[in-house]
Design a protein around this ligand. Sequence first.
Ligand code: AN7
Length: 341
Amino acid sequence: MTNGLITRYHNWLGLPALTPVTLGEGATPLVHWADWDTHRIWLKLEGCNPTGSFKDRGMTVAVSHAKHEGASAVICASTGNTAASAAAYAGRGGLKAFVVIPNGQVALPKMIQASAYGAIILAIEGNFDQALTAVRNVAETEDWIALVNSVNPWRLRGQETGAYEILDDLGHAPAGFVLPVGNAGNISAYFHGFRRRGQGLPQMFGIQAQGSDPLVQGHDMDDVSTIASAIRIGKPASAHLAREAVAATRGQFRSVPDADILHAQRELAHGGVFVEPASAAAYAGLKMLYQEGRLPDGDIVGILTGNGLKDSTTAGLWAKVEPQVVPGESLLDAISDLMTH
Ligand code: AN7
């Protein structure tokens, strides 16, 4: 099925009749990862979306709607993945894309990706939150340019489809739900998605990175630092919705240190699932909650938001990239040796 999310879930999205701008996003794998005692752990591989991250769910809806309304350009602030997704869908829809990044704070592969799709990349001296303020001002002033950050309600509507897919795959709501939180759009969208379908709500756990965890601290942060650059965000735009999601489901916001993020990234990768650090944070959080006995019994879904190739140099901190050079004629000896180690 390559029709994409708008065709599949049109009745749930509340969109007017329009021509979708789609790349066949969604329908990502929900992998049964392991059973931990009374918990059945599922991982949803959002890195399998067309641009390698979950952002494509909201972007197909936001860009389709913007084009339908007559916009000729889209703009977003981004830590990288929104930029790549906006660039791809704008390209597909024939719109111009402007992406505004915090200078020096975005993983190089994401910048290459956005640029390859034809976006214009602008950088501001400051953090993501300042970039978001700047693009909001532009979009409020000019009506030909549509803001496609998750403050755009159509982005959130599109991201709700992740919840629809989980319900369709499992046949019921999971007991627990764990995902990484940066600007807090995704957790808010999943909450609304589960609620809209009326098949029950999971307990929702939002995982942040230590050093960039305003929702755990309970206040906005001006200075943020973490190896997980995608979620290096101090003033989550959808903080109020995210708080409602966690409070209504008796979940929690938690944060994990960078060392645990890298460890989780490695553990996932060795099991065949290569994700970027922000996504590994969710798995680190999942393990922490399990060890604390905090997870409810039954199905637990972890959302792995982005592909590992998105920030491959970070994985290079633990993955050995220098090959062992061996003479061709002694390859078997070398392999036999390595097998016994
Ligand atoms: C891999 O691209 O904010 O809590 O500008 O790229 O909905 O913000 C990315 C966020 C998690 C957090 N995982 O989601 C951006 C941006 C990955 C991400 C998040 C992001 P939200």
